[in-house]
Design a protein around this ligand. Structure first.
Ligand code: CA
Length: 221
């Protein structure tokens, strides 16, 4: 799923490793090495779809951070990623409002798979596929299927389409797409989204993505 994640990890090697691994899996990642940096990310208009949280951080305790988040009514899914394998810590983490718990050293593929499962649960999806019209988007294979036909998407087309299908039946504004799809909005050329939409329409049919001035783009069920 094309989605922004927030990774809170102060160890630069682990943090960069997680960021790179999750980016390879198709996510956009904000990496915060302190809680104040994490709070700065959360203060933005667009919230991350999930948070990966280390517990021992230079400016505070990840568990307290999580408790505060939940007390403030933030329901964003949180996966604790920490060295504490002790049962008590694990239970306290889950009691504090964590949705999952992974202990270091971890397998990057496992963290990625668990992140995917976490997002799926939060979106209420049962599988790695999204249906729209006569099509099925394979979120793992970056492929759209229509009956026997398989249509391979570019990375950008995939990111745009997975965002639109995650909000199926609703308009998504161009800035929201740009923000969700690209790592650094400043790097986007002004026609990048249009180019991806053009490519998708060419491959799947013009009617697959609706456009309305001032509203943005929509994929219908
Ligand atoms: Ca740490």
């Amino acid at each position: 799923m094309t989605t922004r994640l927030l990774v809170i990890e102060d160890d630069p090697i682990l943090g960069e490793g997680l960021k790179t691994g999750l980016q390879k899996a198709g996510y956009s990642v904000d990496l915060a090495d302190r809680l104040d940096a994490a709070n700065a990310v959360l203060a933005r208009r667009h919230q991350p779809a999930a948070i990966l949280l280390d517990l021992g951080l230079p400016d505070g305790d990840g568990l307290k951070f999580l408790k505060t988040l939940r007390r403030d009514g933030q329901s964003v899914p949180v996966m604790i990623v920490t060295a504490s394998a002790q049962r008590e810590m694990r239970l306290e983490g889950l009691d504090s409002g964590a949705d999952d718990y992974v202990t270091k050293p971890y397998d990057l593929d496992e963290v990625t798979a668990r992140t995917r499962a976490l997002l799926r649960r939060s979106w209420g999806m049962a599988a790695d596929f999204v249906q729209f019209g006569p099509y099925e988007l394979d979120l793992n294979g970056q492929v759209v299927r229509a009956g026997e036909r398989s249509v391979l998407l570019t990375q950008r087309e995939f990111r745009v389409l997975s965002l639109l299908t995650s909000r199926i039946g609703r308009w998504v504004s161009k800035p929201d797409i740009e923000y969700a799809v690209y790592e650094d909005a400043a790097d986007i050329e002004s026609n990048t989204i249009e180019t991806a939409v053009y490519g998708l329409r060419k491959k799947l049919g013009a009617e697959v993505i609706l456009t309305a001035r001032g509203l943005g783009y929509m994929v219908r069920r």
